[in-house]
Design a protein around this ligand. Structure first.
Ligand SMILES: [Fe+2]
Ligand SMILES: [Fe+2]
Length: 332
């Protein structure tokens, strides 16, 4: 980061210099080009990005838990291999995103502390439990599906490292969505009991999936600023609408319904009308009072503590390499 933001603005030359930097920044945004880590950026832009990328990284990592819950109980070796690969991909997404966040001057250790101390958030969806194996399919189809709607526009976000991370992430999310849909298709071709499991799972996840896009636009005060900075490319309601329009034909094909009596095609708008999720529930879950919040954080904290010896060993090794860089060569 440039130090100019921290210096007193009494020097008129300094003031001019900062105004010029800000004008350059705005011009890059206006041309839809990218801001890179060493470029000057307003402090608010940096803070907004740290918050959004960290929240995104934490969601990938916490998101491993609900599905990880079924790894030991997958119904076949094939399902287990697919689920393992998917959960492992999410770990990779978390790591790309922590790296992108580190380019903004915050360390991964600090980010992890903020997560386990409850000072930063992650997606509300991962505070819901996974009660049946059908949930693995529903999460792939609807939760990864909602993530794709949110993330595809982020490939064009104004901050370079974030946009580039999203390109790889989106390719993998689209595999995740297909594996979920394929699992549900298989179950729907099975017994009545399996079909009922799928419908019950979809009924539980539909509204929380809609909440993944955040509060309605008129209750989302930061959206305008994020759009102006090119961090976001669409509003919450635009993305939610896109997700509903995308999911309805997929549900028909699958043979399930969504638990929304107001859901219908609106010929005039060329889009689906749909009901509003329970926004009070979203507020409760975001503020820590969802069904699994405490469990998710406790699990993450335990994993972090259990991994302390690995971090210590890696640091000791790195320090030794720095002191005696030829050690390893001599051993071979
Ligand atoms: Fe992911
Ligand atoms: Fe995913």
């Amino acid at each position: 980061m440039s130090t100019s933001t921290r210096e007193p603005r009494t020097d008129p030359d300094e003031h001019d210099r900062e105004a010029a930097l800000e004008a350059d920044f705005e011009a890059v945004i206006a041309r839809h080009e990218r801001i890179e880590p060493r470029d000057w950026m307003p402090e608010g832009y940096r803070r907004t990005l740290v918050r959004q990328i960290a929240q995104h990284a934490h969601s990938e990592i916490i998101g491993m838990q609900p599905e990880g819950n079924w790894l030991t109980r997958a119904p076949s070796l094939r399902r287990k291999a697919v689920l393992l690969a998917k959960v492992q991909d999410e770990a990779g997404h978390g790591l790309y995103l922590y790296s992108a966040c580190e380019t903004l001057g915050v360390s991964r250790a600090e980010l992890t502390d903020m997560l386990i101390e409850g000072r930063q958030k992650y997606s509300s969806i991962f505070n819901y439990p996974t009660l049946s194996y059908a949930d693995v399919g529903t999460i792939g189809w609807l939760v990864d599906g909602a993530a794709i709607c949110n993330q595809v526009p982020l490939c064009r976000t104004s901050y370079g490292p974030y946009g580039r991370a999203m390109i790889r992430v989106c390719k993998e999310e689209s595999f995740h969505q297909r594996q979920g849909y394929e699992l549900l298709m298989t179950m729907m071709a099975g017994t009545d009991e399996q079909r009922a499991m799928v419908q019950e799972s979809v009924d539980r996840f539909w509204w929380p999936a809609l909440m993944m896009f955040g509060p309605p636009d008129d209750a989302s005060p930061n959206t305008a600023r994020s759009l102006a900075w090119g961090i976001k490319r669409n509003t919450n309601d635009e993305l939610r609408q896109k997700f509903v329009d995308m999911s309805v034909p997929q549900a028909e094909r699958l043979g399930v319904t969504f638990p929304d009596p107001q859901l219908r095609w609106n010929e005039e708008r060329g889009a689906h009308d749909f009901g509003q999720p329970d926004w009070d529930e979203l507020t409760r879950v975001i503020s820590g009072d969802g069904p699994c919040n405490a469990e998710r954080i406790a699990h993450r904290r335990r994993a972090h503590e259990d991994g302390a010896w690995v971090r210590e060993a890696a640091s000791a090794y790195a320090a030794r390499q720095q002191e005696h860089p030829h050690d390893q060569k001599e051993q071979h």
